[in-house]
Design a protein around this ligand. Structure first.
Ligand SMILES: Cc1cc2nc3c(=O)[nH]c(=O)nc-3n(C[C@H](O)[C@H](O)[C@H](O)COP(=O)(O)OP(=O)(O)OC[C@H]3O[C@@H](n4cnc5c(N)ncnc54)[C@H](O)[C@@H]3O)c2cc1C
Ligand code: SF4
Length: 508
């Protein structure tokens, strides 16, 4: 039996950063909002005294349970996709706060170029710079229009950072000063400066000092505990949705949070959403929640899947290049270089999720691409997140992958290796998309979302270029062995790369 509930003004599907922000801003205006979140509630107290690498970092204690909710994957449209049984390449979040609970907290702004990439690329380099298979387009909103909202986010979350000479223009300073420098970060900065680059302390949601945000929430100073990425913060020092915007929404009295609520359909009439259908995942009860507005805040994969399952919008067809739902799925490419030091040791086990130093010299269109056969770039950084003992075994390439030699080198280099990394922007390509899987279904009999994705030529060239720049910095840092990161022949769902899945429902 389906229970029909009283109508509300707005429903958000999912309560992570996007759901929390929208709920808080609307609730402050007196609008009644219900947040439906299929995971559980999470508070700072839940994380006290549990620096458990195995539970959180290896067994993904805070992430979506792939045995219940997953997607299928293939490299190209001629392959049969198979369900992802265990996360690897990316780690979708679950529960109140979503992936924002266990994020690192690096808080970059888009560059003006990102938002008007088609126009700016065409104007500077001509219309066929990367070819028509890459479906780049402008966002339809400029950086200038967005700038106040970037700052509003930074003010709400108390971001710690400093002026970046090559970053996007800012109308205000960061609300809190940058995080502490360390031997590792200082070494990177000195090396970058010697190459006439422009290093800065990375902007961070691990706060450098105690801070009260405009909504009255207290965020504490980071303790540099080193159990940040993939973990919740036991000190209330990482700006996450559940210590900021979700609290702000609740304190208005206009926000109701319903956990264990799995939305399976967007209801609509004449092309207009009228509410959602959801199940209580604990009792199995089915509900209809009518609403004037339904906001999809359930992350790329779930947003697209709900649109497709609900038959809203025109599905993307890569053959005819028509439709928009599922189009322009994008990811990131991981470039970089690792340095092995024989004579020096570093405290790599210390750190914080977003403790790092970065350069924007090779990001966006900050460098000339006239003689390069790719566009865009990426931030190059050194991150000191706190090296985790189970997951981290940095060894030079010629080391055996197991056995006594591997153990010896792994122990030797644990504190004698550093990595400079870059998250390169991948461009949308007509063959990279998401749609509904024709074979595999979930517990309700609904098709899984199917991801079709592989690296492109543009990705490979950018990866090679950024890795070479990272290696130059690492050499200047004084490493005895420098190894550039290479790229797999095809994208795979292992190992971990980044949880920056983007696109999926955009297009002309
Ligand atoms: C380890 C890690 C480190 C990261 N570090 C950074 C970083 O340093 N900087 C950065 O900018 N980004 C980082 N990210 C990415 C960032 O955390 C995410 O992009 C961001 O949190 C996504 O927010 P969201 O609200 O869009 O989605 P999510 O946080 O995924 O929230 C969506 C919510 O919707 C819920 N949901 C999904 N489907 C349904 C449904 N059908 N019904 C009801 N609820 C549903 C989910 O349970 C989830 O709680 C990191 C991610 C990971 C995993
Ligand atoms: S490093 Fe800082 S922000 Fe991150 S979990 Fe530890 S105390 Fe919290």
């Amino acid at each position: 039996m389906v229970t029909s509930l009283d109508k509300v003004d707005v429903v958000t599907v999912g309560v992570g950063w996007t759901g929390g922000i929208i709920a808080a801003e609307l609730a402050k205006q007196g609008i009644q909002v219900v947040g439906l979140e299929r995971g559980q509630n999470r508070t700072t107290e839940d994380f006290q005294y549990i620096h458990d690498e195995y539970r959180y970092a290896m067994r993904y204690g805070l992430m979506q349970d792939a045995s219940k909710e997953t997607l299928s994957f293939r490299n190209n449209k001629d392959e049969r996709a198979l369900p992802i049984r265990e996360w690897g390449s990316f780690l979708p979040g679950e529960g109140v706060g979503g992936a924002g609970v266990h994020w690192n907290g690096q808080t970059w702004r888009f560059l003006p170029y990102d938002l008007q990439i088609k126009t700016m690329t065409d104007e500077k380099y001509g219309e066929d710079k990367i070819g028509s298979d890459y479906t780049i387009q402008d966002w339809g909103i400029t950086y200038e229009e967005l700038e106040p909202y970037f700052y509003k986010f930074e003010e709400t979350t108390g971001i710690s950072g400093e002026e970046n000479p090559l970053g996007a223009p800012r109308s205000n300073d960061y609300p809190t000063p940058p995080m502490k420098g360390t031997l590792i970060l200082n070494r990177f900065k000195e090396a970058a400066k010697s190459l006439e680059l422009h290093p800065i302390q990375s902007p961070s949601a691990n706060l450098s000092e105690n801070y009260e945000n405009p909504d009255g929430q207290q965020i504490n100073a980071c303790q540099y505990c080193g159990f940040c990425e993939r973990f919740g913060c036991e000190y209330g020092a990482k700006s996450t949705p559940n210590v900021t915007v979700v609290q702000a929404a609740k304190q208005t009295g206009n926000f109701e949070l319903r956990t264990d609520a799995n939305v399976v359909e967007i209801l609509h009439e004449d092309g207009r959403a009228t509410g959602v259908r959801y199940f209580d995942v604990k009792t199995g009860e089915e509900f209809i929640q009518p609403a004037d507005v339904v906001v999809l805040t359930s992350y790329v994969f779930n947003n697209v899947r709900l649109l497709l399952l609900s038959e809203l919008g025109m599905p993307y067809d890569p053959e005819s290049n028509t439709g928009v739902i599922g189009k322009n799925y994008c990811y990131q490419i991981m470039a970089g270089a690792t340095g092995f030091f024989e004579k020096e040791k570093f405290n790599t086990y210390m750190g914080a999720g977003a403790l790092g130093a970065s350069i924007d010299d090779f990001n966006g269109d900050n460098f000339d691409h006239s003689d390069l056969d790719f566009i865009h770039g990426g931030v190059i950084s050194i991150s000191q997140t706190g090296r985790r003992p189970i997951a981290s075994n940095p060894v030079p390439k010629d080391t055996p992958a197991w056995g006594s030699k591997f153990k010896e080198k792994s122990l030797h280099y644990f504190n004698r290796s550093l990595s400079v990394g870059a998250q390169g922007a991948s461009m949308p390509h007509k063959n990279n998309f998401v749609d509904l899987d024709p074979t595999y279904t979930d517990a309700h009999g609904n098709p899984l979302l199917r991801l079709t994705y592989d690296f492109t030529e543009q990705d490979r060239k950018l990866q090679e270029y950024l890795s070479a720049r990272a290696a130059e910095i690492m050499e200047k840092m004084g490493a005895d062995i420098v190894e550039k990161r290479t790229m797999a022949k095809h994208y795979d769902i292992v190992p971990y790369q980044s949880t920056h899945n983007t696109g999926g429902h955009y297009g002309r």
